[in-house]
Design a binder for this molecule. Structure first.
Ligand SMILES: [Zn+2]
Length: 290
């Protein structure tokens, strides 16, 4: 039996008793040079082709995670956080379903989602935590607990000029106003079998999310490693607030991914978002399940 199954573009994988399904919120096109930092176009365009405006097209793939005791969503897509006038600038291409509708389309009752967690709160990851109802943002899963890093929340909801373009605070604040927020600091359990590992790098308070059960491991890499092509150590996005921090976090994380033979999930991967990280000839690379 194949380890990763694809159905309607969604991938499903198992980690022990944990079932993980990738969802598709939509598409985003960002400047290819910015996505690959110091890597020259002669190299990166072999991995992801640039469009006529030098942009690379990437997916947003939140996860639906079912553990023996909990139903979680990890990351939330852009949702309705970005004004339609800005969609052309960022190449945002969304068909429209909100995150709860994506969950329902898989035959899962959105009311059963009890926990939502994000690696960081940039609008392409956290924009769908709330959705618009009669012109006002409301938590997309009204009864769920939303788990985030405390430092990330503080920056996201009071962004300075340095951070302003990356966060959509109006789409986040209702989580606190409605008492749905749980803030943690650093490495922390989200629910049994699901935990944050703090990394820094892409944002000051970015954390990847491990999924662990019965001796098997998975890791959702957030924007520490946005696509499979970003696995090589130097392939760090210029959007990262601390590129040195990203490098060090990857150097610390990759040996664990290899040693545990962890299944990895790439949020922005355009086609096949599930794979593993391997090391050969002293270089790390991704092998995708296709
Ligand atoms: Zn992102």
């Amino acid at each position: 039996m194949r380890e990763v199954r694809y159905f309607n573009g969604n991938a499903t994988a198992r980690i022990g008793r944990i079932e993980v399904t990738t969802l598709l919120d939509g598409w985003l096109s960002l400047d290819g040079g910015a996505m690959y930092g110091v890597v020259p176009k002669t190299l990166w365009e072999q991995q992801l082709p640039a469009d006529a405006r030098n942009r690379v097209r990437m997916a947003m793939r939140p996860l639906l995670v079912r553990t023996p005791g909990h139903t979680l969503v990890i990351e939330s897509g852009i949702g309705q956080a970005i004004a339609p006038e800005l969609h052309d600038r960022y190449g945002i291409d969304r068909a429209g379903p909100t995150l709860d509708e994506l969950v329902r389309a898989l035959g899962v009752d959105p009311a059963s989602v009890d926990t939502v967690a994000c690696t960081h709160l940039h609008w392409d990851h956290a924009g769908g935590l709330c959705r618009l109802e009669n012109g006002a943002y409301r938590p997309t899963f009204p009864d769920a607990t939303y788990v985030a890093q405390k430092g990330e929340w503080e920056i996201a909801t009071r962004p300075t000029n340095l951070h302003k373009a990356s966060y959509a605070p109006d789409s986040l604040l209702p989580l606190a106003e409605r008492g749905r927020l749980r803030l943690v600091e650093g490495d922390a359990e989200i629910v049994p079998g699901v935990r944050f590992e703090f990394t820094n790098g892409h944002t000051e308070n970015h954390a990847v999310i491990w999924l662990e059960d019965q001796g098997q491991s998975g890791c959702f890499l957030g924007d520490l490693v946005p696509t499979a092509s970003h696995v090589p150590l130097a392939w760090i996005s210029a959007y990262d607030i601390n590129a040195g921090g990203s490098w060090r976090a990857r150097e610390a994380l990759y040996p664990k991914l290899v040693q545990r033979n962890a299944r990895v999930f790439f949020y922005h991967e355009p086609e096949y978002p599930v794979g593993r990280v391997t090391k050969d000839h002293n270089r790390y690379r991704a092998i995708l399940d296709t």
